[in-house]
Every structure is written in C-alpha cells, then in structure tokens.
Design a protein around this ligand. Structure first.
Ligand SMILES: Nc1nc2c(ncn2[C@@H]2O[C@H](COP(=O)(O)OP(=O)(O)OP(=O)(O)O)[C@@H](O)[C@H]2O)c(=O)[nH]1
Ligand SMILES: [Mg+2]
Length: 250
C-alpha cells in the first residue's frame, strides 16, 4: 500500500491503512506529507501517559484501564514505547498488555514501538502517530514508556495526563532517584498495593517530596492484579488539577 492509497483508505476507516500510516511515521517515511494530511484534522481526544521503572505494572494497569474505557464505549489506542532490548527486540511489549478483551475489538488498537537507542525513551514521530490515531477516531491514546531516570521525561510533552508509577519495594530510597519524574507527574500511582508496604511508600512520598506544588499531586494506590483503586484512579484522572507543564525542547 503506497502513501496515496493508505491516505484514501484511512479516510474510509480502514485499519490496515491506519497501520500503514503509523509504520510510515515510525520509519520517518513520508512524514511531511502525513503532517500536511493531518494538518486540517480536529479532534477532542486525550492522551494518557504511563511511565515508571521496568516491571512496575504499566502494561497491567493499561490492561485494566482499557477494560474500564471500553465499558464506557470509548475507543482506545495504546502506543507502547519499548527501548530496544536484546531480549525483546522491541517487538513484544504490546503483547504483554494484559487484558481480557476480544482480539477483534474494533474499538481497541495496540502497537508497540521500538525506540532508537541513545534517544530519550520515546519513539520518533510519536506526535504524528498520536494525531493519526485521533484522526482515525480514537477517543483516548494511552502511552507507555519506561522511565529510565531523571532525564527521561520526554513523555511529558505528549501526555495530557501523566501517571508516574511506583511500587512498594524494600530498597527504599532507590525509587526517589526518580524525583525528576515525580515532579512532572499529574498523578502518582503506587501500583501493586496488594503487596505489603504501599502505605509506607505513600507516607514517605508525603514526607520527602518537597518541590513546589508537590502537595497538590494526587497519590493513588492501585493494584492491577485485584482491580483495587481503579475507580479512584479513573476519577482522579478526570478531576485532578492538571499542572500543564511545558518543557523546553531538548
Ligand atoms: N502483585 C502485583 N503484581 C503486579 C501488579 N501489576 C503488575 N504486576 C506484575 O508485575 C509484573 C510486571 O508487570 P507489567 O505490567 O509487565 O509491568 P511493566 O511496567 O509494563 O513492565 P515493563 O514494560 O517491562 O517495564 C508482572 O508479573 C505482573 O503480573 C499488581 O498490581 N500487583
Ligand atoms: Mg510494559
């Protein structure tokens, strides 16, 4: 399928055409033409970003959010940015989204994106891919990125609402190294709160976060395993006083 064909089929709501255009964008092919095509499109979609250390439960929580949003008849797309890894080759992350949706659900689209090594942990042309999904008709685009450290906050500028995930864990102060990420969070999520120690992490957060505005950041405990805290998280996503932080281009 070439570009013209993909654009024309996209307009008649063809999923293969959407996939094709996303691939063009991912490979930086025809990117200017795609931008021009998207230029006149308007939408009211929202992006929701989830970031946090490897294994904190981002994909699992996204699976739960998908279930919740599909029950509300919202069309949901997920873009999972997977830092290139010798183990997964960057391709498996989408498959690890854990959920109980039928695979032919037309209101759901999941794609994993390899990110260039040495880059910040998001894919090239992520903005174009997000706009493509909204132009197609998705109501929510969920972004998953591994928060590798303090410099890795590029996701902030793509997410209308940014969740930074932590988990109860022994080695205490380790996760506070992510303070830079916590500063850009709209909501801090302590996932795996079915495990011991979640209350302690929440209390530590209250004590140790001291940057301006820290007190206003909602902290929600969830468990992607049991579903605990999911409704509270959704309410918080809808009502939190989002601090539209604009970051400088890096
Ligand atoms: N007990 C418990 N385990 C969880 C919870 N959420 C996720 N897990 C488990 O934690 C592991 C990692 O979950 P993922 O959802 O793949 O985590 P992730 O943050 O997407 O991981 P990466 O994409 O590799 O960074 C899996 O074994 C999950 O079953 C939770 O709320 N409670
Ligand atoms: Mg994941």
């Amino acid at each position: 399928m070439d570009l013209d064909e993909a654009i024309s089929e996209f307009q008649s709501h063809d999923r293969k055409a959407l996939s094709r255009l996303l691939s063009f964008a991912a490979e930086s092919e025809h990117i200017d033409e795609i931008r021009v095509f998207l230029d006149k499109k308007e939408h009211s979609g929202k992006t929701l970003g989830l970031t946090g250390a490897g294994g904190v439960g981002k994909s699992s929580l996204i699976g739960k959010l998908i279930e919740l949003l599909r029950k509300k008849d919202q069309m949901v797309a997920v873009l999972a940015c997977d830092p290139e890894s010798p183990l997964t080759g960057g391709a498996l992350l989408g498959d690890r989204i854990r959920m109980s949706r039928p695979i032919d659900d037309k209101g759901l689209f999941i794609r994993s994106l390899a990110t260039a090594s040495g880059h910040q942990a998001i894919a090239d042309n992520l903005d174009v891919m997000i706009q493509l999904l909204f132009a197609y008709g998705f109501d929510k685009v969920i972004l998953e990125t591994v928060g590798a450290g303090q410099g890795d906050i590029a996701i902030r500028k793509h997410a209308d609402v940014l969740l930074v995930l932590l988990q109860p864990e022994a080695g205490d102060d380790l996760q506070w190294e992510k303070a830079g990420m916590l500063e850009v969070a709209d909501i801090i999520v302590i996932n795996k709160s079915d495990l011991p120690g979640a209350d302690r992490v929440a209390a530590q957060l209250k004590n140790q976060l001291s940057f301006p505005g820290a007190d206003d950041i909602p902290v929600v405990q969830t468990s992607a395993s049991t579903g605990k805290g999911l409704d509270e998280l959704w309410n918080t996503i809808q009502t939190a006083p989002f601090r539209k932080i604009v970051l400088k281009e890096s």
